[in-house]
Design a protein. Sequence first.
Lengths: 303, 382
Amino acid sequence: MSARRIFTRPARLAAIAPYVWMALFFLVPFAFVVKISLSQAAIAQPPYMPVVMLADGWRGLVAAFGALSLDNFRLLASDDLYLLAGLRSLTVAATATALLLLIGYPVAYAMARLPRRWQPVAMTLVIVPFWTSFLIRVYAWINILQHDGLLNKILLALHVVSAPVVWLATDRAMYLGLVYSYLPFMILPLYATLARLDPALLEAAGDLGSSPRQAFWLVTVPLSLPGIGAGVLLCFIPIVGEFVIPDLLAGSDSMMVGQALWLEFFTNRDWPVASATAVLLLAILLLPLLVYDRFQRRQMRRS
Amino acid sequence: MADAIPTPAVEAVSHGGPLLRIEQVVKRFGNVAAVDGLSLDIKAGEFFALLGPSGCGKTTLLRMLAGFEAPDAGRILLDGVDIAPMLPHQRPVNMMFQSYALFPHLSVAGNIAFGLKRAGMPRREIGQRVAEMVALVRLEGLETRKPDQLSGGQRQRVALARALARRPRVLLLDEPLGALDRKLRESTQRELLDLQRRLGLTFVVVTHDQDEAMTMADRIGVMNAGRLEQVATPRHLYEEPVSRWIAGFVGDVNMFDGKVARRDGGRFAVAVPGVGLLNATPPRDPAGVEAVSVAIRPEKVRLSRRPPVADVADASINRLEGVVRDIGYLGGASLYTVALDGDAATLRASVANTARLDADAFPVGQRIAAWFSADDCVVLER
């Protein structure tokens, strides 16, 4: 009995830890954000009102919460800018994720087909770029893509083009940056499912009359759906909120939600609208997050 | 059950040759020849077992028949047509995998229908054939289950039904009963055999389990180091092994190494150091060889407290004397280890336990006479 008690208590504490973490670092800050999104901008410190001051007592608290309004959300709904930013975020994320799947699947497939002892090497090669700062790598791409950058120099030297091509500040550059940055998030879950695929299943498919191509579509693809799902969501969700890559590599004629948020917060110093945008972003992501959660639960039940 | 039998897959072989002919097939992995110039004929309707220790090349041979490995040399003729260059999906053979390799994302019916769909069979016929197969392996009511919702025995049946659904010319089975527990294995053996007989199919089974091969197969090919050591019926394999290795691999055997002292037609007298002269009238004469072994199976050795009353000079009987050193009780029989006089050799004798209270049982340390007939001895080249 006593032994059980000794072991159970820390185990219970450990089970609570993630919830404490979530409450402390997600729920509480998010409650702040929601509260600010319902406030009005003000030239003050902090730059919004009303400010909840516990020193004012109960009466002050009631007054502060009574002054909250949905005005900022009405603004978001009335101005096309935010709607377009939201739509652009979704289309960019969808396009980039499709590209990532198209490129990541063959890479993961090839990795899983390597001789066993080479697979960890390939995996390291996929992960190694992560050892350098993400920002530095994006700036390196700016260097490569700029007017007199490496890419144009090579293309000119090979006589592929006769004049430097504009790469930077285009959607092309942005997609390149997105695919480059998120590729490991697509490859690793795909590789994990493909490496676990029993080769005997493909032999069985061949034995039962499938050409290698049919076996791929009828066996490999359906059985790698968990990896496809995980990879797609791991890329899609953060790309929707992506700020750095579109800001540094894409043109300035259109914005993603993350950029709109940054603009409101740092340029306009309008914390309430920025907070409302953040709430909007979360709302956009809620559906794919729920899908991901369901999907993970199903996986857990399976195994 | 009876009306669920599909029409036999084997039509009369018009050219009169074997259904499957393996000619001088070689398969190397690096420097190692897994299959080393092997030739074998398998007749239509035969239940053929490839038996051997792990690493002997039996699975590689089976995988070459299925098309998963390409031979480096030689031909594999099915109905006279060389199938060696064909890919697995082009061959009229099917395989039942050791791991079963059931598609986890498909139901029982989906697994069985998989090969039929690839063959372009019309939908209606697929439904009929699947129902037929489900009935054949007695899986009614489980059609919509996924493989992970089935027991080991049920999975084995699905694998069998899936492999049989296309009515292959030859069904290849890789350790078909290896994953089943002992009791289930015995009943499944009978079912498999029954199925093969009723459908008139040709089965090639790979197994490392000699009991399994003995019970089921019409003929057994014993492989060692990429070659066939002997191809024979189970009885011939056991009673007339062609080599020391075969005699030792298939069943238990006592082996006495000696020199031929006298050869008189089919009768041998072999001088065994420390034991004496052993008489043998073997089924096969290792002609021209003097260094030989006399092999005798433990169940062919008889034991008693007193030597048999017979003419001592009778050359049809071998008699030896010794002391019981160890008794292994196996239920149906007991295995006695007898230390022969002179301490030069031991002899194992298997005695059937014919009564619950066995008055004839011998205790350890009992002085004992052992004898066996010269007709039961096999003389093998050393």
